[in-house]
Design a protein around this ligand. Structure first.
Ligand code: F0G
Length: 459
């Protein structure tokens, strides 16, 4: 059934609900202090609308829940593994599958297998866990995304694109043998959920083929990227999301997947490969860290839910409603005059904390402060994506990213338009009182991925 052209509605109806808890301002004040002004350290019971992440927070369908009941919990050779393998082969086109408990386990394996000490890994903007695994394997990430991606106001339709001149400069400087692979993410998370164009992928493939360089695809949000290609790129309006997703994957050599996003499950991921040798090494390695190669840290029922989730993730009506719901919130904030990253991305709306809090320096953690203020106002939980997330470089100095953002991440199939309205109201309230936000100082910093567990005090 085709959706109406102008308005869209969720292509599902609600069969079961989860009640949410509302708090008073006093309760939120206490909870925030207790959490060290870090939204990752809040208890979910103290959160009203949870936009921390779209990871593992989706609502599964009745079909997925039915699939859970068909879990084959055999230690080896679970039937569900073969369903998942078939889904990965049919929808993504990769030949070999190694399941993992989530995305970062796949990142760990491909980093250990393909990066040698001293290698460089050019990519379209860092992602926190991905870059850490590259560094732990002895490599160095180099950002080769187009400049437009670092400018929140630039309206380039494909801000996830790789700048091939930057990539050429990396090849010229280090030599092709020092390049472990190109790390290509679709719907680039840290840039604001910005897509890569098919043309850019084709050009990248051609260039990397010339030098024998591989491409590893972080396909965590590939369906969202495909939707933007369908909507914005010439020649794709009449192609199906299924075909676009498969074409994207066809230009890459391997993929890491956090199934907790696009694939509509609460846990799971995989490494997908096209070459047998790496597959043999990866499925040997997975038994050390995750579990046997036919379950990789997942229950049989989890693999079934992913297999079904993959088929639902590429349904036209699903992906349209998903991305357009994000756009609904984003456009509302734009109309209200709140500075956000434009164009609106696929999985969330990103507030431009540098512009909202010009009176704070980056050392006063503007995005962290803004996320805390938003929680205090309404119990809406968001996430810092700025200097805290960017961490430190190898010399131990803070990285200062150009983008200092607060991410309002929309879980899939969970919240309604009315929730989006309430979120917009609260963001506006905080925006109108922005002068009162005084910044934070970090009082505890963990060694790895500090944004998850760092603690702060109000300046
Ligand atoms: N790659 C991307 C682009 C991601 O967004 C994530 C997770 C991962 C890899 C790692 O996958 O969590 O399953 O181990 N992103 C979450 C987020 C945490 O909130 O953006 P994972």
């Amino acid at each position: 059934m085709e959706q109406r052209k102008k308005s869209w509605a969720e292509p599902f109806k609600i069969k079961m609900v989860e009640l949410i808890h509302m708090t008073t301002r006093e309760e939120r004040e206490a909870a925030l202090k207790e959490a060290g002004y870090n939204t990752f350290l809040l208890k979910s019971k103290d959160v009203y609308i949870d936009l921390l992440t779209d990871s593992g927070t989706s609502a599964m369908s009745d079909r997925q829940w039915a699939g859970m009941m068909m879990g084959d919990e055999a230690y080896a050779g679970s039937e569900n593994f073969y369903h998942l393998e078939a889904a990965v082969q049919n929808y993504y086109g990769y030949k070999y599958l190694v399941p993992t408990h989530q995305g970062r386990a796949a990142e760990h394996m491909i980093s250990q297998l393909w990066i040698k000490k001293g290698d460089v890994i050019p990519g379209n903007m860092y992602f926190t866990t991905t870059r850490l695994h590259q560094e732990l394997a002895g490599g160095t990430f180099i950002d080769v995304i187009i400049d437009e991606a670092h400018d929140p106001d630039d309206l380039h339709p494909f801000k996830g694109n790789i700048d091939l001149n930057k990539l050429q400069a990396v090849i010229d400087k280090y030599g092709a043998d020092k390049i472990a692979y190109v790390a290509l993410a679709t719907a680039v998370n840290m840039a604001g959920g910005q897509p890569v164009s098919m043309q850019n992928l084709k050009d990248l493939r051609e260039m990397t083929n010339k030098y024998g360089i591989k491409i590893v695809h972080d396909m965590t949000r590939v369906a969202e990227n495909a939707y933007f290609i369908k909507k914005r790129e010439e020649g794709y309006a009449d192609k199906s999301i299924v075909d676009i997703v498969r074409e994207i994957c066809s230009y890459t050599d391997a993929a890491t997947m956090s199934a907790k996003k696009d694939a509509l499950v609460n846990i799971g991921g995989f490494l997908a490969l096209n070459d047998w040798d790496t597959f043999e090494r990866a499925r040997n390695m997975v038994v050390v860290y995750e579990g046997l190669h036919t379950y990789g840290g997942l229950a049989g029922r989890d693999m079934e839910a992913i297999a079904i989730g993959i088929t639902e993730s590429v349904e036209e009506n699903h992906i349209r409603a998903r991305v357009e719901q994000v756009a609904y919130l984003g456009n509302k904030l734009v109309e209200l005059g709140v500075p956000v990253v434009k164009p609106i991305g696929g999985h969330g709306v990103f507030l431009d904390a540098k512009k909202i809090l010009p009176h704070l320096t980056q050392d006063q953690f503007p995005a962290q402060s803004l996320a805390a203020a938003l929680y205090l106002d309404s119990g809406v939980r968001s996430m810092e994506r700025g200097v805290v997330s960017a961490g430190r470089n190898k010399e131990g100095k803070n990285n200062y990213p150009k983008l200092e953002l607060v991410r309002l991440t929309i879980p899939r199939r969970v919240y309604t338009q009315a929730h989006m309205d309430v979120v917009a109201e609260s963001v506006l309230e905080v925006y109108e009182n922005r002068e009162k936000i005084t910044g934070l100082k970090m009082v505890y910093e963990p060694e790895y991925l500090r944004f998850f567990q760092a603690r702060f005090e109000v300046l």
